[in-house]
Design a protein around this ligand. Structure first.
Ligand code: XBP
Ligand code: MG
Length: 233
């Protein structure tokens, strides 16, 4: 029987990556770095999951001016990026993807358990959930598995295995919702059935490990498009 739904955050609940990108760029500027991550560059950088890991990769791959000094204060810079991100999300109201609030509310009403499995920092999750679901609904998520709680980030299955363990539910009784190849690989390697809804930056990803590929979860006046795999009614 279906017992729980596990959600990725970035790109799945909301199109947050442009907010992350803005928070990274603001942080670089405030540290006196003349680095600007364009949308084109960010698409490539997103293959590296985790903000700290992404900055490190950028420095090692492109050797930008001030790179070594930045790596020496990487933790501090990333903490500032997280604070900027949380403020931006709170100010913008979360911007949920189509159908996601309806699914979460229906699942809760029907007694399904809800969990989060994300590589984003733990402190980023609650501000986003509060911004688009409201204070009460954010507490419907019994398990919030995020960031550095596990040794390896997506596409490793660790964060999903952790969420399953915390839920105390078998993988076969859960469905995961993801928007990227790294996320789909993580969830499917943890034994979960995955519904994929590609987002702004992941449209060209390989979703072959997903059980179902949909444009989004749809709204009554704007139905989703079925792309591949199972068909939902
Ligand atoms: C999301 C990410 C995150 C965010 C940045 O991946 O890769 O790194 O872009 O967040 P997913 P932090 O949706 O697959 O979980 O800077 O907090 O790491
Ligand atoms: Mg994602």
């Amino acid at each position: 029987p279906l017992e729980a739904l596990i959600f990725d955050v970035d790109g799945t609940l909301a199109e947050t990556e442009e907010v992350h990108r803005q928070a990274f760029n603001e942080t670089f500027a405030s540290h006196g770095l003349d680095w600007t991550w364009s949308a084109e560059l960010y698409r490539e950088l997103l293959r590296i999951t985790g903000g700290r890991e992404r900055i490190r990769h950028y420095v090692e791959r492109w050797s930008p001016r001030g790179g070594d000094a930045a790596l020496a204060r990487l933790a501090e810079m990333h903490a500032e990026k997280s604070n900027r991100y949380a403020s931006l999300v709170t100010a913008r109201g979360g911007d949920p993807r189509p159908g996601i609030r309806r699914l979460i509310r229906d699942a809760h009403d029907q007694g399904l358990r809800l969990a989060i499995a994300t590589t984003t920092s733990a402190g980023n999750v609650k501000p986003l959930l509060r911004a688009f679901l409201g204070e009460g609904a954010a507490s419907w998520f019994g398990v919030i598995a995020a960031g550095d709680i596990v040794p390896s980030k997506k596409p490793a299955p660790d964060i999903y295995l952790h969420a399953l363990q915390e839920l105390g539910v078998a993988a076969s009784c859960c469905v995961a919702f993801e928007d990227s190849e790294n996320g789909v690989r993580a969830a499917s390697q943890a034994g979960l059935v995955v519904v994929a809804t590609p987002s702004l930056y992941s449209s060209a990803d390989d979703f072959s490990a997903a059980a179902s590929l949909l444009s989004d979860l749809g709204e009554p006046d704007r139905p989703h498009r079925h792309i591949a795999g199972w068909r939902f009614s």
